[in-house]
Each structure stands twice: as C-alpha cells, then as structure tokens.
Design a binder for this molecule. Structure first.
Ligand code: SDX
Length: 440
C-alpha cells in the first residue's frame, strides 16, 4: 500500500490524558505517532470545560495529521515520506522528490518520465500574465511580485479552480510547481530590465530555471551542470518542512475552500518574513555588515544584548535544537559551488564559518540550542552564482511550492478537514456605554 494512503483517522492509543478543572475531570484520547510525539485530542475541551487552550506561536500544538514530512528536532532528523533528506539530496533530482512528496512514493523510470513531461508542459505562463509585471516599479522587491503574480494565476486557469474535483486539484498542483520558476525568473528579468526568457522544453527543471534566469536573446547560453546540480540539491533541501509558518498559512487559507493559487500567494507572503524564509537574505546582509572576521566578537556581543534586538540570522529554529541537517548539506554544497566558480576565498564564507565556530562554542548559543539552519549557507551559494539577495527568498518559494501543494492536497483529501478558526484570550475593554462625540 502506498505511503500516501488516505488519512482516515489517527489510531487511538490505549492511553488517555485526564484534566481536572473546576472539580470536573475530563479525559482526552491520545493518538500515537508512527515516529515522534504522540498527541492528545482536545477537540472536545471547550464543550466539556468551557475553556480554550492557549498556545501563542503553537509551540505545543499539532494542527493536523500528516504523512508527508517528519522532523526530529533533537536528533536533527528530516525525512520526506520516510527517506532521509541527505539521501534524497545526494541521489535524486528535484522533480523525483516532488513526485515523492505529492504521491508518497519515489517514481519508477516510466512514472518519472511521465511526471517530468507533465510538469514541463505547464512551465509557460499565460501570455497576458506578462502584463502583470508592467504594473510594478522595476525596483519592486521580487517577493512583492511573486505574491501578486502567483495569486493572479487563478484569473487565468479556470479549469483548475474547482477544489472539489481531484483532477482539477492535480492540474493546479502541476501548474504551480511548473510555473513558479518561470514567474521567479520573470521577476528577476523584470528587475534588471532584460526581456523575459521563455521556458525550453528540452531542458530539465533546474537547467530550465537557470536558463530563464541568465540567458538573453543575444547569445547562446550554456547552463553550468555543476551549478545546475547544486541548485537542484538546494531546491530538494527546501522543498518541505512539516507545518512551518508558510505551510500552515497555505493550509489555513485552503481550509476555507480558497483556490490553490490564492493559497500559495498567502504562503509566499508568510515565507517573506525575516524570521522565516526571508532569513537567507538577512544572513547575507548580516555577513556584509560584519564585514571582517575581526568584527565577529563585537557583533556577538550585540546579539547577546537583548536591547539591541539583533539576532544571529540563519541561526536557531523552533523545532531543530540540533544542527539543521539541511545546513550540513548546504555547507558542503557551498564549498563545491565556490570551488567550481573559483571563489573558494569568498570572504563571506570565511566570516560565516568563523561565526559558526564561535557561536557553537559560546555558552549563550549552546544553552539556547541555537545552531545554523537552512538559511545560513544558502545565500552564499546564490550570491556566488550571481543571484541578487532580493531573489533568495523567491528561490525558497520555488522549492517550497512542492511542499505547499503536497500539504494542501493532503488537507483537501483529509475527511477531518474543516475551516480553521482559532479562538482567543480576550483581555480588552469590559462592556461600557456609548460616548457621543461632543462628550469625548
Ligand atoms: C526557516 O519552521 C520551519 O520549519 C522554518 C524553516 C522551513 O524550512 O520552513 O526551517 C525555514 O524559517 C528557518 C529559520 C530562519 N530564521 C532565522 O534564521 C531568523 C533567526 N532565528 C530566530 O528568529 C529564531 O531562532 C526562530 C524564529 C527561527 C525561532 O524562534 P523561536 O522558536 O520562537 O525561539 P525563541 O525566539 O523562543 O528563542 C529562544 C531563545 C530566546 O532567548 P531567551 O528569551 O530564551 O533569552 O533563543 C533566542 C531568543 O531570543 N534566539 C536567538 C536567535 N533565535 C532564538 N538569539 C539570537 N539569534 C537568534 N537567531
């Protein structure tokens, strides 16, 4: 049976949790995970006790059941559908992993060829979508364009908006995976005043993306296979990550029945934040601000001074309290790319490696279990490839589109899905009489 078999209902364990409140004892079923933390089902808490749970930032809250990605933050483990991330990054290409995330299994040769072809045939965007870009100033942040352009795809593809029809959901998923690199490259070309480059169907997914980013109509452009392979690895590492902020945004938007293009527009908006996907751009800004290895001790002092509000960007994680396994692969990929480009002496890498060495031996970071995360090295690789820092989070969105659509599809197929509608702890004004304008 495929690992992606439909989510029916979690298997209740023999254990139950009991809660006593106001002299009443309520018990809640516990569901055991295949791996990782069990959960207690508190869905009847309000009905039984008249109280809500309170968990700002959802530190202790599981929002759903999922079979897609597993993270063990203490051990630094990340698996897509049961496969370790470093195995997938080393042995697969991005669309192979996309098939795995979407369908639950690695494709065989025939399935891979069919899936690659299906995605390839959707890489072009509607010709009228080109005019969307004209409305943006050339200096717009490309993420502003991506939020708008992605959601606007729902204006063009009416035959993949009915979320209740499985074929239309699959068509929308394929279109989003295929068109995100095209929109990303268009946003880059628009920002530098160069013409859009059309997708080439004889190129692989990542080669095609790099060709749309860097070729021009004026001369032949040959994609560097080492860089294409490195980019493919980076896309795999960023493809999915359980219920992170942007994926949770996509799920919440999708729970209202919104179309997948609009949901991914919301996901891109959430990813843009510097605490989330925007961190890769912030890491480069931080390394450039440090400027030299000798300035690291002063910078570390600033980070430790809470008043400064300065964070060590690319460090720390809500789930990983160990080295982010993606950062390990990215660190070695970074050295490969810099060597290929003859930039092994890149000063920013030297600062990053020294910053990591100091931070990992400093009590402040050790006691808070702050390790490099996925964003710490990715920006150095992109920069070496000639990609401007404003495009870094756009590349994150290109990769995470696969995770977003896989999680959205799983949610849409889960019979337990209902509109997400959290409650609150109200601490505002008590009831009071209206005060007319003349008396205020
Ligand atoms: C991504 O969720 C995902 O899976 C995200 C992601 C994905 O693939 O989708 O992995 C991608 O978003 C990676 C994270 C990228 N963000 C950054 O690199 C920005 C810098 N990191 C921090 O903003 C922070 O670490 C978070 C937001 C990532 C996590 O914050 P938490 O879990 O809310 O942790 P916290 O703020 O409660 O931190 C605990 C302590 C605090 O100090 P104390 O109050 O205990 O004294 O650690 C400190 C924090 O001040 N701390 C940091 C820090 N991160 C946490 N101090 C300095 N520098 C940091 N980076």
């Amino acid at each position: 049976m495929s690992a992606a078999e439909k989510i029916i209902a979690p298997a209740p364990s023999k254990k139950a949790a009991t809660l006593s409140v106001d002299g009443k004892t309520v018990s809640f079923p516990i569901y055991d995970a295949v791996e990782g933390q069990s959960v207690m089902d508190i869905s009847k808490l309000y009905a039984e006790t008249g109280m809500f749970t309170y968990d700002p930032g959802f530190v202790s809250t599981a929002s759903c059941e999922s079979k897609i990605t597993f993270i063990d933050g203490d051990k630094g483990i990340l698996r897509y559908r049961g496969y370790d991330i470093d195995q997938l990054a080393e042995k697969c290409d991005f669309l192979e992993v996309a098939h795995l995330l979407l369908n639950g299994e690695l494709p065989n040769k025939k399935q891979k060829a069919e899936f690659d072809r299906a995605i390839t045939l959707h890489t072009m965007v509607h010709e009228q979508a080109h005019f969307l870009f004209r409305g943006f100033p050339r200096a717009s942040h490309p993420m502003a364009i991506m939020v708008g352009a992605t959601a606007s795809l729902s204006a063009f593809y009416h035959d993949s908006l009915d979320i209740n029809v499985a074929d239309q959901r699959e068509l929308a998923a394929y279109r989003l995976i295929a068109k995100m690199p095209t929109l990303a490259a268009m946003a880059y070309k628009y920002s530098i005043g160069q013409p859009f480059i059309y997708p080439q169907n004889d190129l692989g997914f990542t080669e095609n993306f790099l060709n749309m980013m860097f070729s021009t109509p004026c001369e032949k452009y040959k994609v560097n296979p080492t860089l294409a392979r490195a980019m493919d690895k980076i896309l795999i590492l960023h493809a999915d990550h359980e219920q992170n902020a942007s994926t949770s945004t996509v799920r919440l938007a999708g729970s209202s029945g919104a179309n997948p293009f609009a949901c991914l527009g919301a996901g891109i908006a959430s990813l843009w934040g510097p605490a989330h996907g925007g961190a890769n751009e912030a890491v480069i800004d931080m390394l450039q601000e440090i400027g030299d290895v000798k300035n690291i001790p002063d910078f570390i002092k600033k980070v430790k001074d809470k008043q400064s509000g300065v964070k060590l960007m690319g460090f720390g994680h809500r789930v990983y309290k160990n080295y982010d396994p993606r950062a390990k692969v990215l660190h070695s990929t970074c050295s490969e790319v810099l060597k290929e480009l003859g930039k092994i002496d890149e000063p920013l890498l030297k600062i990053a490696v020294e910053l990591e060495r100091i931070a990992l031996s400093d009590e402040y970071f050790v006691e808070r279990k702050l390790y490099p995360n996925v964003d710490f090295y990715s920006g150095i690789i992109y920069r070496a490839m000639g990609i401007p820092s404003k495009m870094f989070t756009v590349l994150f969105a290109v990769a995470r589109t696969v995770g977003w659509v896989a999680q959205w599809k799983e949610m849409m197929e889960d019979p337990k899905t209902k509109i997400g509608r959290p409650r609150q702890l109200f601490t505002g004004a008590s009831p009071r009489g209206f005060v007319p304008m003349e008396k205020r």
